[in-house]
Design a protein around this ligand. Sequence first.
Ligand code: GLY
Length: 365
Amino acid sequence: MRQVDVGLGARSYRVLIGEGLIDRAGEWLAPLARNAAITIVSEENVWTAQGKRLVDALARTGTACNPILVAPGEASKSWATLATVIDRLVELGTERQDHIVAFGGGVIGDLTGFAAAILNRGCNYVQIPTSLLAQVDSSVGGKTAINVPAGKNLVGAFHQPSLVLIDPLALATLPTRELRAGYAEVVKYGLIGDPAFFDWCEAHGHEVIAGDVAAQSHAIEASVGAKALIVAEDERETSGRRALLNLGHTFGHALEAETGFSDRLLHGEAVAIGMALAFHFSARRGLCSADDAARATAHLAAVGLPTQMRGIETTAGRLMAHMAKDKKKSGGRVSFILARAIGEAFVDAGVDLGDVETFLAEELG
Ligand code: GLY
């Protein structure tokens, strides 16, 4: 088992990573239970695939669980589902010092974390992420949110979990397409700040997607280690350090908006296209070499991720309109994460939006 510490003073917590941790979860959750019971928020697919492991693990420590199940998919990050979850938590008598468990992918972590942030003016929660995307990114760092018609993740809070338990064996039942989409966020850590990890991704990325548990464990440990350092340095994304984690996300969110935040384009797939665009735009502006842009794109394509906007019905103007609404806009400008090389990303708040539109128009052909 590996332990990564997220150092945030009084809000510090541990991320434990190990094969079979779900089957041992009672060791950590039983001491957090009240009246020998703990509430678990999950979604129907995850519960069918992995829920018995968690229920059995809790039972072995004499702990009962109160499951709250929501529908799978991004649509559950809504006011309506949030209200349902909160009402149920209230019915269960949840108190401020209680711990709620988020057991699922990024949707469950974001929704449960936000419910925990606002119920009783803040309860504790534990993340047990079951998708690769949640294991390497969204379960660590305390960003919680729901979506509203005006935009994705527009309503939320920074609310850190008290513990994160990551079991790579949970990935065994994850559809390959979701595994691959989560892998885009793994590659991101190499592209933003760790060229040696990008080399590792080039050599072993296909093993992560093929289900090799040793490769998956290494990818998770490296990603969580990198993220923990960034979050400890810039918890609320104020210094620009944490904003680097948004590489590919400004373009990616615009593409997700154009495809209705649907299965047509998964978040990680949109981020893969966005990272390729960010590198090509950086090369076009003379910031990084064309070779680095080609190499970053080639690896994403080699593992089967999309790197071009082909097939997406959109225009440069429509994408620009989405970016203008992006919450990362500040002081009337849209910030882009660009790159000087593989492993050297930086925040550029001074990009001329006309240049971006011309670039996108050319990319769309
Ligand atoms: N997923 C980006 C962040 O946690 O800041």
